[in-house]
Design a protein around this ligand. Structure first.
Ligand code: FAD
Length: 1019
């Protein structure tokens, strides 16, 4: 079928469904965008039944303008809007006539439309467009009452259709609830949270679902079960036709056997359901079978089955007239005796609770005792039946009873305009808000707690950083809030920022398609992934090189990830990243080794933990995890201390050089036409109507189409600038120690002790009380990956890191006591380790959020921003996977405003460099014959030649400083730490760029090494 034919069928179907939902279509206008120039419209008719083929027209922009000015303006103003429905339906027109906004009185309206359906003058196209940016619909007021009504928009026709239904239902419920004493309005915060939840997750389900078939089931499905599944599909479609449910809302279940029920799935339109989409759920555990998730209200269904063995079918609907009672918090007392008998008496009221919450199940169970139906406050209806037919009949009986009662009352008392809103006090805050407030008041009365835009916000000032961090931790409630915004200040602390000294206009007026902020491993990986497309990509990094944030100061372990929660973003991206690393390293010529990870056990009973982790690994898709007894473990780690009884071996652990990887990603991105601007800091952003319009930097103003926030420890500040902050970074520093390569033999993988194990040194410092001792023992390991000793990719041993909370986001100082502490602790495992083996130490700062998870997401309040925030460990491992997903989102988002095609010249392979220390003698000789510079060894510790340094100076991301060369080739990273090679490298840079030696810098513009020449440098 051609696109036009498909669109025409969809439009006709939509008109049919609107008609059956009693939405009047006289003078309505429906239009669909086929392309930016072509639209399919159903032009206005006198009466809903009048549509024939003359009324469907393919129009160009001029034609659309002639047909309907408002629809034309809406399509032009918002590229994401692909469907517009203008109606003059009864209740929306009446609400418009009253001149009042409609507040959220029902969950479904709050979720799909938001806090309020606003009213706007039909002639004020600019205001209508503005309203439609933050909402999917609004009421239209006009002096000509025939023109009053509503407009609904959507990214597709289905979405605009649902919004039309819900607006009419919301208007009817709000107006008619007045007959019952008035509607109780949902709390604005709660409505906002529901709306955000819908926008972020639920709205995406329907489009992304792939239906199940018989092949998806590992067990045979009996004819009886298949029949029940089919009956559920038919019933769902009947309920949709009868307007008892709208869109994907509502749900049905049927008891399959003693242990199981069959439920409708979550987020799939009833019109598209198949019998195999029904989900079998265990009534007592709620575990479900198959790929497709069951309804979010499964707990409610299960609770009713457990309490009422005689119930065999449960239907949860959102019928219009019952919803009037739900909004007014009133019982339905059927006046018609037949309906009353069918329902078994009055329809009770279940107290309000958040949809899908345990509390809602409890409230419904409490409301349904001898009766068989209840209204759920501000939500909908639940009925229980002995059979499917019985439950269906009860649904219809409840809706008819509600309709009859409302008709009877309205005959006695005319419907008046609703009074201004009465906030429902019982649902003012999220359930845990009071608890959080109480705990934080106990911690410090100087901290205030509020709920803002779906987040918990802390403000105030205290004298110690530990209190700030503790308050943030106490405020975490991942279930109910988007995140913690902790703006509590620390008295007398001012963040000192490293900022570039350069100020110029070199980027002023640039309009990149994508602006990436931050040149750590995440930003560089995103730039490379995006360079697969024909996009203008600009990465800005405030420092003088890439990989100078956390990416330049970490252990380089490519983690296995068995310790992460399966619900976390860390787990998802780590798993995918780990799988990508080997191939990616080959493409970019970056050293990588899958040397495994080992968790050591000190007592035999710790095997229990290994056993649990092994099972977990299996469910996570991590292969090869096993327990090895001491003898077997010695094959991998021959230098284990005597007290180790065995350990968990995880073969998929790897090791890389993180800054080499970031540089390689950046170079490959540049090779594929991305641009990188170093010493460029983002200092501000201008946003309008939830859209970043300008970005201020020290090199001028930029006008990007899309902004990607990969700013490490400053990611929350960038999110704030972009008007889209829902998280806070609390910096956590970690120090690592590097040993000489001579000590590298002591460990072959990345190795740490199990979190249960207590080493002799720890034992002496722990409290005597066994319980406290256990708690303290765990506390030390809670926020690190538990790695203690790492065999680095270059053969040294890395020891650490520790984890210390700090207010300073750039606190990379190392402390004598900490280094000694780390060393002493790890000497218990690496028993041959001596202080003289240590050649250097460094500190990196982790960008931890209070939720202790990554924040990788599209903007919530801003439509052209994507965040890669909170990327603490395992950020090195996860970076390639984060980048792949963000690139996908970027392409989707940009495709609304431009044509994004593949970059035909994309080459994933970075040109390999000569590495003298990895060549055999004959290869070295051949290279030196071709270019004698490769024969001049500059760094003896790491065997680096002058030729390689010149190659690095000629590379596409050349950073001609001592540290720039050190990060690319390692001169200065060996035993002598640059004592021998630093002057030689400086001389090569000066000679290559024909600059005085004193102009060569260590790293940034200000890091002068030499002030004047005292004697010649011989090369
Ligand atoms: C001690 C330690 C050990 C670790 N060990 C491991 C490990 O073994 N394995 C692992 O997988 N992970 C590990 N990690 C975590 C890993 O290092 C990080 O998750 C990762 O490097 C984060 O990369 P990033 O690009 O998000 O941040 P960064 O590397 O910090 O990059 C962010 C960049 O943004 C720039 N920036 C900030 N603000 C602005 C602005 N306004 N304008 C322009 N630029 C800006 C910064 O200068 C910085 O370069 C460790 C971390 C630490 C601290």
């Amino acid at each position: 079928m051609s696109n036009v034919k498909k669109a025409l069928a969809a439009l006709k179907n939509c008109i049919g469904r609107l008609k059956s939902a009693n939405i009047e279509l006289n003078h309505a206008f429906l239009a669909l965008r086929l392309s930016d120039q072509t639209y399919l419209a159903a032009v206005p008719v006198m009466h809903s039944d009048c549509y024939d083929h003359h009324h469907f027209k393919v129009l160009n922009l001029a034609g659309l303008l002639t047909c309907n000015k408002l629809a034309h303006a809406i399509f032009l103003a918002n590229s994401k809007t692909n469907a517009v429905i203008l109606t003059h339906s009864r209740f929306c027109s009446q609400a418009a006539e009253n001149g009042m906004d409609i507040p959220a009185v029902l969950d479904d309206m709050a979720q799909i439309i938001g806090l309020t359906i606003k009213i706007c003058d039909i002639g004020d196209q600019q205001k209508i467009n503005q309203l439609l940016k933050s909402s999917r619909g609004c009421l239209l007021k006009s002096p000509d009452t025939a023109k009053q009504g509503a407009v609904a928009v959507g990214k597709n026709l289905g979405e605009a259709f649902i919004v039309t239904l819900l607006m009419e239902k919301a208007a009817q419920v709000y107006l008619q609830a007045n007959l019952l004493g008035g509607a109780k309005i949902l709390s604005p915060i709660e409505s906002q949270v529901m709306h955000l939840g819908y926008e972020l997750a639920y709205s995406k389900l329907s489009g992304s679902v792939s239906h199940q078939t018989a092949a998806d089931f590992p067990r045979p499905i009996s004819a009886h079960e298949l029949d029940l599944r089919g009956q559920l599909v038919d019933l769902g479609q009947s309920l949709a036709r009868e307007n008892l449910v709208q869109g994907t809302w509502g749900n049905i279940s049927i008891r399959l056997d003693v242990q199981h029920m069959l439920c409708t799935p979550s987020g799939i339109d009833y019109a598209t359901l198949t019998p195999y989409d029904m989900v079998r759920v265990a009534i007592d555990t709620l575990k479900y079978e198959g790929r497709i998730k069951p309804t979010g209200e499964k707990a409610l269904h299960a609770a009713l089955y457990l309490n009422h063995p005689e119930v065999h079918c449960i239907i949860h609907t959102h019928p219009v007239h019952c919803s009037v009672f739900a909004a007014a918090h009133k019982k339905i007392k059927p006046t018609d005796p037949v309906l009353r008998e069918c329902l078994g008496g009055d329809v009770a009221v279940a107290r309000y609770a958040f949809p899908t919450s345990k509390q809602l199940s409890k409230n419904v169970v409490k409301a349904i005792k001898d009766n068989r139906a209840c209204v759920m406050e501000n939500h909908g209806m639940v009925v229980c039946g002995s059979t499917l037919e019985d439950a269906h009949a009860k649904c219809l009986a409840a809706e008819n009873s509600a309709r009859i009662i409302l008709e009877q009352i309205s005959q006695k008392q005319p419907m008046t305009a609703p009074k201004p809103t009465v906030i429902n006090k019982g649902v003012k805050h999220m359930p845990h808000f009071k608890k959080i407030c109480k705990q934080i008041r106990v911690l410090s009365p100087r901290i205030t707690v509020t709920e803002e835009r779906g987040c918990i916000v802390l403000r105030g000032e205290v004298d110690d950083w530990a209190t700030v961090v503790k308050a943030g931790q106490l405020a975490v409630d991942k279930k109910n809030y988007l995140g913690v915004i902790n703006d509590v200040r620390l008295t007398d602390f001012v963040q000192q920022r490293q900022t570039p000294t350069v100020e110029d206009r070199s980027l002023n007026g640039e309009k990149p398609d994508v602006l990436i902020i931050g040149g750590g491993i995440v930003g560089c990986a995103i730039a490379r992934e995006l360079s697969r497309y024909n996009l203008d990509i600009l990465l800005v990094e405030k420092k003088s090189d890439v990989a100078l944030g956390a990416t330049g100061a970490n252990g380089g372990v490519v983690h296995v990830g068995v310790n992460f929660s399966k619900k976390s973003q860390k787990y998802r991206y780590n798993l995918r990243g780990n799988r990508i690393y080997e191939a990616l390293s080959k493409q970019l010529s970056v050293p990588f080794e899958q040397q495994g990870q080992v968790m050591l056990c000190v007592k035999n009973w710790e095997r229990i933990l290994v056993w649990i982790l092994k099972l977990k690994a299996r469910t996570m898709g991590i292969p090869g995890v096993k327990y090895l007894k001491r003898e077997a473990l010695l094959q991998h780690e021959p230098h284990l201390p005597g007290f180790v009884v065995g350990g968990m071996y995880m073969p998929t652990g790897g090791i890389t050089n993180p800054f080499e990887m970031a540089i390689a990603l950046a170079e490959n991105a540049i090779q594929n036409k991305a641009r990188i601007s170093l010493s460029t800091i983002v200092t501000g952003m201008e946003t309008r109507d939830g859209h970043v319009t300008q970005v201020a930097t020290n090199r001028g103003r930029l006008y990007p189409k899309l902004v990607i926030n990969a700013a490490g420890v400053y990611a929350d500040e960038i999110a704030e600038l972009g008007g889209d902050r829902t998280f806070t970074i609390h910096p956590r520093r970690g120090t690592d120690i590097i040993t000489d390569k001579n000590a590298g033999y002591m460990v072959g993988s990345s190795m740490g002790i199990s979190p249960f194990a207590i080493l002799p040194q720890q034992l002496s410092t722990l409290p005597k009380n066994p319980l406290k001792r256990m708690i303290n023992g765990f506390a030390g390991t809670s926020h690190t990956k538990g790695v203690g000793l790492i065999h680095s990719i270059h053969g040294n041993m890395l020891i650490g890191p520790n984890a210390i909370e700090t207010p300073d986001r750039e606190d990379t100082a190392t402390h004598y006591d900490e280094v000694n502490g780390i060393l002493a602790m790890q000497q218990q495992i690496a028993t041959e380790l001596k202080p003289s083996d240590v050649i250097a130490y460094f500190t990196g700062v982790r960008a931890a959020t209070y939720e202790e998870d990554f924040v990788v997401r599209k903007g919530i309040f801003t439509d052209n921003i994507i965040h890669a925030g909170g990327i603490q460990s395992p950020g090195v491992t996860a970076a390639p996977a984060i980048a792949a997903e963000i690139a996908e989102w970027s392409v989707q988002m940009l495709s609304h405003t431009m044509n994004v095609a593949a970059n035909p010249d994309f080459d994933p392979v970075r040109k390999p460099r000569h590495r003298l220390n990895s060549l055999d003698d004959s290869q070295r000789n051949a290279l030196i014959r071709a270019n004698p510079d490769y024969g001049i060894i500059v760094c003896r510790c790491e065997e680096i030649s002058k030729g390689e340094i010149i190659d690095a100076l000629n590379a596409c991301l050349s950073v001609p400083t001592l540290d720039g060369i050190k990060r690319r080739l390692r001169p200065g990273m060996g035993r002598c730490q640059g004592g021998f090679c630093a002057p030689l490298v400086a001389g090569i840079i000066a000679e290559h760029f024909k600059i005085p030696l004193s102009a060569v810098k260590k790293s940034s513009e200000n890091s002068v090494i030499l002030y004047r020449q005292t004697k010649g440098v011989a090369l």
